[in-house]
Design a protein around this ligand. Sequence first.
Ligand SMILES: *Cc1c(COP(=O)(O)O)cnc(C)c1O
Length: 454
Amino acid sequence: MTTPPPDPRRTLPGVDRVVDALDGLPHPLLVECARAAVDHARATVTPDADPDPDARLAAVVADARDRVATRRRALLHRVVNATGVIVHTNLGRAPIPESAFAAAESVATGYANLEYRLDEGTRGSRHAHAGALLATACGAEAGIVVNNTAAAVLLALGAVARGREVIVSRGELVEIGGGFRVPEIMAESGCRLIEVGTTNRTRCADYEAQLRPETALLLKVHASNYRMVGFTEATPVTELARLGPPVMVDAGSGLLDATTPWLAAPPPWLADEPGIRQVIADGAALVTFSGDKLLGGPQAGVIVGRADLVAACAAHPLARAVRADKVTLAMLQAVALEYLEGRAADLPVWRMAAAPVAELRNRADRLAAAVPGGSVVDTEAVAGGGSVPGLTIPSVGVAWSVPDADDTVARLRRHDVVARVERGAVVCDLRTVDPADDDRLAAALRDALGAGPA
Ligand SMILES: *Cc1c(COP(=O)(O)O)cnc(C)c1O
């Protein structure tokens, strides 16, 4: 009499045995991966599967190891941005400069005079550091820093216009991605939205016709992520500032000065992007902008402008809910100091944006020579992050025409390299790649393209 073969469903390994064969993550995460692999095996096993317990264990362990690798790759970590999008929201927007990192490390690993006046030994304000310096850097009376620009706009509207009216052009009731919709933010802040003008044209008289005692602010929103062309008209800040109520400008990108004194000349691709200094000089009473777009610092929202209005923002209860922490403030202070010292060209965002095409071409030549099949191509990089829509920055990359470009970029992602596919070719744009990562990029490409090691 022969014994019947064991049911393969009964020879599944226990989770503990699978965990014993795993490493590379903390134990609770290994348990999650092992359990998922065992559950998957149980759900997919068929009666005719190999019933040998060792074979079952090996198969489940292999699946669990894949899950561990996937889980490790999903942890927050550094990647190479070969997309040519400088302020890439999904890849963490602006890389911060070394000076900001050093300041953050020092402040974060110890105590700091965050809200303390060392001279007097009394309580101070967290706005005395980065906020005040950024105000000086753009010619404003005062400034404060909060968590991000969405919070800055919400706070400024809530503090200055709650229960009153804010006049906005119909052409500026925009959505800036990730759910930042101007009408919704205004509703949340408790002010009443008064729309004026039309989608493509709004004149000063349109605002003027709606002025009432209840008018708290005239709001201008920079349409960061799209561009209107043709029969259009918008009212400049200078004209609005003459109407009486304070003018608030959500400038968004954090271009501190449109004349870019830190560069040899303002680059053509920055045309139309409002400079904070210019908006303040034109008479805006409040300006909101981002710390991690073209300012080149950490995620933050900055409010600069008239001292009384900025003080009202700082004193509002919402300010406590959206305030920036000491690490952000340390980083942003370092960035503000770079601008004040005339060294903004060294900020990673500006270094990448202003890198000469010839320099990129040299690097592209080396990359194409190091990875078989590559050809140097002219590319178009972009500022990204909802700034400077429609304008591109001449750039250089390397392209590989392969039959399976999508699979190749997927293999590159396993090496933490994010590239683009263009007309069936894998393209790496060098403008957004740190030159220190060039060798690593070449090695990842050789592997993803099956070229073997150099
Ligand atoms: C990017 C942007 C925002 C949102 O900025 P976050 O810092 O991401 O909150 C708001 N307004 C404008 C005009 C922007 O460009």
